[in-house]
Design a binder for this molecule. Structure first.
Ligand code: BTN
Length: 329
């Protein structure tokens, strides 16, 4: 679908979103299209599953909107105009597709989002459980002015944005476990996978892939002990459209903060949401296991661990498990 057509459909959904009846004259006027053209657009939305009633003499009223759609997401974005949003029912991996279209020149801020993934990727070569109809799988293309050695800042920024988006959308106290796990009650609600193409001194493009367990009610046995979803935690289902839009709005906001105030502002917010620092942890990194106090993260997003032998180690990738509850020494 052409970008302008998609933008028009999103504007109609935005205008009708409150549930009130809006006159055809006003809608047509806002879009700058004739009554006949508006009618065609309303019918395109109906074909996509929107139920829009024509109320004689009054206008149009939105009666039902699909729970997950690109028009719905765009209509909720603070900067939705002109943004590329590629919405798919099924794809292998939104990260893989986003990396492909980024190589083809897709602009900063483009979003690839899917209802399900057949080859969802997690960190460290793991698989990401991606069934249809329940969760959010999305990837955002970034073209940041950062040297590759600061790429980890983008992971921290994405974790901060996703945690804050989920806090706003669900009311849950979502925390972050280094480097990028979204955690509630010790279980994993979501994760982030950063991939990028770079030259020695600049990132050409980066893709942040975000997976969030939203409405899943039963996880497969191998995840049952470690994973959770918003639905499992609150007993309520969220509209995935709202969750995805919150994430993109927060990402935009935190990218602006980083541009204006620098990476330290992102690190400070990460520390506010973090549940790793100040705890005794076990770290598995590059085939090595060590234990110690998670003291800090440095300006490049590395975890600073004071080992039991009293040495300071900087960890750039791996898994971290807390050994005891916080502040019990
Ligand atoms: C992790 O291991 O915690 C990271 C998980 C990242 C999963 C997301 S889902 C959307 C995007 N596409 C992928 O294939 N992976 C990321």
């Amino acid at each position: 679908m052409k970008k302008t057509e998609e933008a028009d459909l999103s504007r109609i959904i935005g205008a009708l979103g409150s549930g009130s009846t809006v006159s055809g004259q006003r809608l047509g006027g806002e879009l700058g299209v004739s009554r006949a053209a508006l009618w065609k657009k309303i019918n395109s939305l109906r074909a996509k599953g929107y139920e829009i009633r024509a109320v004689p003499g009054k206008g149009y009223r939105l009666v039902f909107a699909p729970e997950f759609s690109s028009e719905g997401i765009r209509s909720l974005l603070k900067a939705g105009k002109g943004r590329e949003i590629l919405f798919l029912q099924k794809t292998k991996s939104t990260n893989e597709l986003a990396m492909e279209i980024a190589s083809g020149g897709a602009p900063h801020g483009s979003v690839v989002i899917a209802d399900s993934q057949t080859g969802g990727k997690g960190r460290l070569g793991r698989k990401w459980h991606s069934p249809p109809g329940v969760n959010v799988y999305m990837s955002v293309i970034l073209r940041p002015e950062l040297p590759p050695r600061q790429a980890a800042l983008l992971t921290l920024l994405s974790a901060v944005s996703s945690a804050n988006a989920l806090r706003k959308a669900s009311g849950l106290e979502v925390a972050i476990k280094w480097p990028n796990d979204l955690i509630v009650g010790g279980r994993k609600l979501g994760g982030i996978l950063l991939e990028m193409r770079s030259e020695p001194d600049r990132i050409i493009h980066a893709v942040v892939g975000i997976g969030i367990n939203v409405n899943e009610s039963r996880f497969p046995a191998e995840l049952a002990e470690t994973a959770t979803s918003v639905f499992k935690e609150t007993g309520s289902r969220l509209r995935r459209t709202d969750v995805a839009a919150h994430v993109v709005n927060e990402l935009d906001a935190w990218l602006s903060v980083m541009k204006e105030k620098g990476g330290q502002a992102v690190i400070d917010e990460w520390k506010r949401l973090d549940e790793t620092l100040g705890r005794q942890v076990r770290v598995v990194s590059g085939g090595e296991t060590l234990a110690g106090l998670a003291e800090d993260i440095d300006g490049e997003g590395r975890l600073v661990v004071r080992t039991q032998e009293g040495k300071t180690r900087l960890i750039s990738s791996g898994d971290v498990w807390p050994l005891r509850p916080p502040h019990s020494s």
